[in-house]
Design a protein around this ligand. Structure first.
Ligand code: HEC
Ligand code: HEC
Ligand code: HEC
Length: 179
């Protein structure tokens, strides 16, 4: 291959790579919100519908029924807000979830109850690792003024020690596993 040809091949490869990259980003940008939606999470998997979106706990939580009309969906808490991490979580967790649903028959209440404690731990660990980033997407840490004295004291401690939301706020929208 002559020098000129080699150079042209590199340019072609670069242009091709760029085009593929642009297409992938556009595609991810379009697909991510769709598969983060409440409808998708609870429609695709029976386990999510029955156990997580259960009327009692989830629907009655402040995150679902505020008089202000702010409705926090599954993806608002569980899917990162930035495109690249969001796509990564979708690919990795999505495949794992589909595999688990197929292999473990999570539609059965017993199988789901047995599996849940581990999932709860896993989810909390993720919030811990990410410094509760999705929570902080809506709640500005230094702007929170708890109404109760206990809340203000704890938030003072949180600030001092650099603690993150999930260390104190658990079971906001899901019942404790085992209940
Ligand atoms: C889509 C935005 C959004 C996300 C994401 C979100 N929240 Fe909220 N949160 C709200 C709104 C809105 C309220 C109700 C505020 C009100 O009533 O003034 C609320 C209320 C709360 C409350 C008060 C509960 C009560 O009983 O009064 C806590 C605690 C809280 N959120 C923590 C969290 C934590 C921890 C996370 C992450 C796991 C999180 N939030 C994720 C929007 C969000
Ligand atoms: C050290 C423990 C701790 C940490 C860490 C913490 N909180 Fe809290 N938070 C509390 C306590 C305790 C209350 C008061 C609960 C009550 O009075 O029922 C509270 C209250 C709140 C409220 C309700 C305010 C009100 O009175 O209506 C919101 C919203 C909230 N926290 C969000 C967050 C978010 C978001 C984070 C992470 C950025 C966070 N908290 C981190 C302990 C903590
Ligand atoms: C306000 C934020 C928030 C919203 C909204 C939310 N989750 Fe969660 N989710 C959490 C947190 C925090 C945990 C960790 C366990 C706990 O403390 O509740 C969790 C845990 C889980 C788990 C692990 C098993 C369990 O129940 O503990 C699954 C599965 C799950 N969520 C699915 C969903 C689905 C599906 C939706 C929508 C119907 C949803 N979540 C909505 C914050 C949220």
């Amino acid at each position: 291959m002559s020098f000129v040809k080699g150079k042209r091949a590199i340019w072609l490869a670069a242009a091709g790579g760029l085009a593929v990259g642009v297409v992938l980003v556009v595609l991810a940008d379009w697909v991510d919100p769709k598969i983060s939606s409440q409808e998708f999470c609870t429609g695709a998997c029976h386990s999510m519908q029955v156990h997580v979106a259960g009327k009692d706990y989830y629907q009655q939580s402040v995150h679902r029924s505020t008089h202000t009309g702010v409705v926090t969906g599954c993806g608002d808490c569980h899917i990162p807000n930035e495109l690249v991490p969001a796509t990564w979580v979708h690919v990795k967790k999505g495949l794992a979830d589909i595999y688990a649903t197929l292999v473990r028959d999570l539609d059965s209440p017993e199988a789901w109850a047995a599996r849940r404690p581990a999932l709860t731990e896993e989810a909390r660990h993720w919030f811990l690792e990410t410094d509760s980033a999705t929570c902080r997407h809506c709640h500005r840490k230094d702007a929170i003024e708890p109404r109760s004295q206990a809340g203000r004291t704890m938030h003072g401690i949180a600030r001092q020690k650099g603690m993150t939301c999930i260390e104190c706020h658990t079971n906001l929208v899901h019942p404790p596993a085992g209940s």
